[in-house]
Ligand binder design. Structure first.
Ligand SMILES: C[S@@+](CC[C@H](N)C(=O)[O-])C[C@H]1O[C@@H](n2cnc3c(N)ncnc32)[C@H](O)[C@@H]1O
Length: 238
């Protein structure tokens, strides 16, 4: 499991191999867009599996902001991020997202009627049943809950992610959940999908596309599912 320096080691290994840069840049941009838009309609933001993310600072969002990650990573980041401007405005909580009851207890600690939960780059590391339990805990909280999450899947994703998968797996963090399972989990937890954007299509529409699109991707369908960002909403609970 990623934690503290372990998470950095995976990042450095991917960087050395020149892997995943394009996808991570595109994902960050698209999640930024979704979060900036949703932030106008919520009272607080939780970033689950926040890792080294500095989104609150980058986007200048003044909402109450909580980052959740594994305890070792949170302990490391509390020191590493201390010099950043506004660092004191981010609450950090060390918690294992596989423990859905602990997630429910955390969310019940504060009265925040409209919540946005960002799950960027993290669901892939959980088992499908853990994703269902986590989303069910989010959907069951009192108030209105929106999530922004990313996942990829299908033939092209397995081809493209093969080396990345091997690298992260070698660090004890295998990929466990893909797009199809993620969509199923959202439906099981009662979430309604508001937006579903392909990072491949987003990238293709930029002035300087970064993704390599193999010629056969024009013939064999599914390339757009290599990586997607979804926004979904749970029914408001009284
Ligand atoms: C690939 S990083 C994504 C970081 C950040 N969200 C981003 O997109 O830049 C995955 C993060 O999820 C965290 N993570 C993985 N499994 C977790 C778990 N069971 N509970 C809490 N955090 C977890 C890792 O520690 C890591 O910081």
């Amino acid at each position: 499991m990623l934690a503290g320096e372990g998470g950095l080691a995976v990042g450095r290994a991917l960087e050395r191999e020149g892997r995943a840069h394009e996808a991570i840049v595109a994902r960050t941009c698209v999640v930024d867009e979704f979060v900036a838009a949703a932030a106008r309609e919520v009272d607080a933001v939780y970033s689950f599996g926040a890792g080294l993310c500095t989104r609150r600072l980058r986007l200048g969002i003044e909402l109450p902001w909580t980052e959740v990650d594994l305890p070792a990573l949170v302990a490391w980041k509390n020191v590493a991020a201390a010099p950043l401007p506004g660092a004191d405005k981010v609450r950090r909580v060390g918690l294992d997202l596989r423990d859905a009851s602990a997630v429910s207890r955390l969310l019940a600690e504060r009265v925040e009627p409209r919540l946005l939960v960002v799950l960027e780059g993290v669901l892939v590391y959980l088992e499908e049943r853990e994703v269902v339990a986590l989303l069910t805990a989010l959907g069951a909280r009192v108030g209105s809950t929106r999530v922004v999450l990313d996942l990829g899947g299908g033939l092209w994703a397995s081809l493209f992610a093969r080396r990345t998968r091997t690298t992260v797996g070698a660090h004890g963090t295998p990929y466990r959940t893909s797009l199809r399972q993620g969509r199923k989990a959202l439906a099981k937890a009662g979430f309604e999908v508001l937006a579903d954007r392909s990072l491949v299509d987003w990238d293709a529409a930029t002035p300087a596309p970064r993704f390599y699109r193999p010629p056969s991707a024009w013939i064999v369908p599914g390339f757009a599912d290599v990586a997607r960002v979804l926004e979904a909403r749970a029914p408001r609970r009284p």
